[in-house]
Design a protein around this ligand. Sequence first.
Ligand code: FAD
Length: 557
Amino acid sequence: MTSGSFDRARSLEQLGDTAFDLLVIGGGITGAGVALDAASRGLRTALVERDDFASGTSSKSSKMVHGGLRYLQNGDVRLVYEALRERQRLRRNAPHLVRILPFLIPLFSKDGLINPKVARALGSAMWMYDLTGGFRIGKLHKRLKKEQAVAHMPTLPVERLAGAYLYFDAGADDARLTLTLLRTAALDHGAVIANHAGVVELLHDGQGAVGAVVEADGRRIEVRARAIVNAAGVWSDEVRALDEGGGPDSLRPAKGIHITVPWSKVRNDIAVVVPVPRDKRSVFVVPWLPTDDGDFQLTYVGTTDTEYDGPIDDPQCTPEDVAYLLKAVNLSVREPLTEADVVGTWAGLRPLVKAATSGRTADLSRRHRVTRSAAGVVTVSGGKLTTYREMAEDTVDEVVAHLDDLPRSARRCRTRKLRLLGAQDADPDAVGLARHLADRYGSEAASVQALIDTDPGLGEALVPGLPYVRAEAIYAVRHEMATTVDDVLARRTRSRLQARDASARAATTVAELIAGELGWSSEDAARHAADYVELVAAERAAPRLPATGDVPEPAES
Ligand SMILES: Cc1cc2nc3c(=O)[nH]c(=O)nc-3n(C[C@H](O)[C@H](O)[C@H](O)COP(=O)(O)OP(=O)(O)OC[C@H]3O[C@@H](n4cnc5c(N)ncnc54)[C@H](O)[C@@H]3O)c2cc1C
């Protein structure tokens, strides 16, 4: 194990003066997984991310570490088996970040009767899911009576409810999982990692690709590497063009959006799968931000799945996207939710590999593909958040197979049992701030707490109404490479997704808080805050949503 640092200035210096075995392009979950896999095998590894870590699709997922019941219904048993195996590995390697998430599938009746075909199909799917690997979580699915289902979501329309199924999956904060992989790669295994550092050119000699030109802070840095992995998600064709020229067209992006609403309007204590009227799909309704008394502050609903041919840099929600989700959830609650309840939204693009030429994007495979160009650049595309480790293993195997003079030990993947930084089991007795910090930082929570012990003012709320404290912003800049207000509010904390307008109102305070750490003048801080407010305003304007007030309080029980 080689110890290293997670310091951007130092990484930028090292990028220019080290001969690397591998350069990874893209700091989403896929690139992060590849960097950790390679560094833990002993390869001198660098990773550069053009924007912030996880700022692409990897902060905009449904945040589930799952096999995907739907893929089973599509007959993709192998994908589900592999994903459930990875879910189990992740629960062992990152118990502080990946938690069991029970799911309820309500069964609605027509004139007091459940469609027997639907009930039978679901029942078999449940057994299949358990048998395919779901059982490894330690709990099997159950059929619930109507009263038991209502106990999990009291807002369900009881008059149409006939019963429910309960099954078990897992969930994780996608952006924090990505960041933790990167910090583990850097701090425990010596990888050199930098964000806000994009590849603008690939360097070739007569034999093939030998490095890249990276642009960071207005500087051009030549990075030398014997192998290159392109893990640029929906941008991977752009990176391939730098290598191969022409206009590669290997992906078919599909857009998915989510909305956040006050939990008090839904009151689900576990995730619920609700059917979408006149569509074969269903959407997830997931409780978010637990309180000490067993309630939650928020619920998010998603996802949509639509073909997308707009600009890939900043996909936005449309009014139709929001209407689709509201309509779906409103069919399963008694008091309808409206646009005024939507306190947060996010839109992401699935980097689906173009395998089929037709069909709904929802039916396209979630499998991944590893390819190698004539110049030796390895591109990994497709896949899921859940299967990042397996994707990384396949990718690094491909890299290692073509690098001579590596020790034999580099051929063996180490990540199946590799614990991530901060890994510790949850303390069931932790409450309040201690629980909040442990759920986000694991054993590293002590470092955030130490900041508060030195300056109790840092224990105050970062965004009034949300559980994050000011110390987390300082920690994000000092230890997690946050360099903008958006890095802090959208990905180190999830304030932007949870309370869009309240987070914008806190932008100036946040900018002033981190200004000293980042060497900003008061003008710089004001400009950074204004940039964030502008981002949020555009995010609200695209689906034409009204501004919202304070962060929703948890409901009175
Ligand atoms: C709506 C939605 C819901 C989903 N839900 C789930 C789920 O619940 N569970 C699950 O398992 N999967 C889910 N997925 C799939 C999963 O989120 C994605 O497969 C995964 O996040 C893709 O990660 P990535 O690293 O490949 O891409 P990205 O996260 O997009 O990362 C690519 C990175 O490359 C960077 N980059 C691009 N060009 C350059 C360059 N020239 N130089 C440097 N960096 C560059 C980008 O800035 C970006 O950060 C979901 C996807 C969507 C869209």
